[in-house]
Structures are given as C-alpha cells and as structure tokens.
Design a protein around this ligand. Structure first.
Ligand SMILES: Cc1cc2nc3c(=O)[nH]c(=O)nc-3n(C[C@H](O)[C@H](O)[C@H](O)COP(=O)(O)OP(=O)(O)OC[C@H]3O[C@@H](n4cnc5c(N)ncnc54)[C@H](O)[C@@H]3O)c2cc1C
Length: 174
C-alpha cells in the first residue's frame, strides 16, 4: 500500500493531559505520522458501538522521528468525553490521514498571517511549524482568539511566529 493513502490503523495512546478546561492534549503512536501534513485530520473511532461514525480531529503536530501524532480536542459530546479518559497504552482505531492540508509552499516570500480561535487553534501549530521550518516566509504573525485566559498552545506557537492574542472576556490582549 502507498504510504500516502488513507488507511485505518490501530494506534496506541502515548500520553494524554488536560491543558485547559475541557481541552485535552493527546499524543498517539501511529505510522500515519509519516504522511501527515499540516491541516490534515484523522478520524478517531469510539468504543461505544452505538456511535457508528468516527470523530474527526485535526492534526496538531506530527513527529515523524518517533512516529507520533498529536491531537488537541475539546469535549463536545459522548465521543470526545470517551477519548478524554484514555490513558497511555490504550489502543484506538483511527482513519487517516484525511483532507488536503494547508498549502505551505504558498508562504514562500510572503508575510504570513495565520488566524484562528478556540478549538481551531490546534492545527495552526503544525502549520506554523511547517512554514517556519521551510524557511521561506518573510515573516509569520499568528493571531489567536480564546474565551478567557486559558491560553492553550500559545507559548508553543510563539516558537514559530509573533503571537497576537485576543480573549472574549478581555482578560488577555484586546
Ligand atoms: C475536519 C474537522 C476537524 C476537527 N478538528 C477538531 C479538533 O482538532 N479539535 C476538536 O476539539 N474538535 C475538532 N473537530 C470537531 C469534532 O469532530 C467534534 O467536536 C466531535 O466530532 C464531537 O463528537 P462527540 O461525540 O464528542 O460529540 P457529539 O455527541 O457528536 O455532540 C457534538 C455536539 O452536539 C451536541 N449535540 C449532540 N446531540 C445533540 C442533539 N440531539 N441536540 C442538540 N445538540 C446535540 C452536543 O451537546 C455537542 O455539543 C473537527 C471537526 C472536523 C469536521
């Protein structure tokens, strides 16, 4: 099978932690890391067989050296609540990688401005990292919006560009 086609795979939770209220950060061991592109997503199957459809979650980071993908998700309903209880070593079924990904090449020579809010922020991390590593962009600004002062991923984003923060409650930024 080609290495860049989508496939269903048994992955293993490497680690998981809560990083904000209702927001979880999970690394999983999976060979799909090799083909992952910024902006793609995986579908994660629940063990509750009454929930037939897998839950789409964006790739937050891909570690090709260690064959790991990172996903960051908010508990929205039954499926994501189930995921939040997984511990290291837990086996999960995933399908991926899905979607076309972001056109990282288009950043070449440009002043790049990435913008996202809330649970739209996680895929921006791999995007910012990929653009920075390409070394092609003239500059990278990252505008992120949060509900409050729980600024998950903002420090990591700052490794790849100038981060500008706004919050709904005005506790940070403007
Ligand atoms: C391409 C893509 C990428 C995504 N990436 C991410 C990501 O990186 N991180 C992330 O957190 N999320 C992401 N999502 C969203 C994520 O897929 C959903 O939050 C997840 O599928 C919800 O599944 P669940 O089983 O937890 O919730 P569900 O049980 O499916 O419920 C979802 C929401 O609908 C409400 N709901 C359910 N049933 C009803 C009803 N009968 N009446 C009214 N309301 C109802 C629930 O209360 C809940 O708020 C992405 C979605 C897509 C399409």
């Amino acid at each position: 099978m080609s290495t860049d086609s989508k496939r269903k795979e048994k992955a293993v939770v490497y680690k998981q932690q809560q990083i904000a209220t209702g927001i979880y950060d999970m690394w999983i061991d999976t060979s799909l890391a090799q083909q992952a592109k910024a902006g793609q997503f995986i579908s994660v199957y629940t063990q509750d067989k009454s929930a037939l459809l897998p839950r789409p979650i964006s790739i937050c980071e891909a570690d090709k050296v260690n064959n790991r993908l990172r996903i960051v998700y908010r508990i929205a309903g039954k499926g994501t609540d189930e995921f939040s209880h997984y511990k290291a070593g837990h086996k999960i079924d995933i399908l991926g990688t899905l979607g076309n990904g972001f056109p990282v090449d288009r950043a070449a020579g440009k002043k790049v401005c990435l913008m996202g809010g809330g649970i739209g922020i996680p895929p921006m991390l791999q995007l910012a990292k990929s653009i920075k590593e390409s070394g092609n962009a003239a500059s990278i600004d990252i505008v992120v919006g949060y509900r409050n002062n729980e600024l998950f991923l903002s420090q990591e984003l700052a490794e790849y560009g100038n981060v500008h923060i706004a919050t709904e409650d005005g506790s940070v930024g403007s």
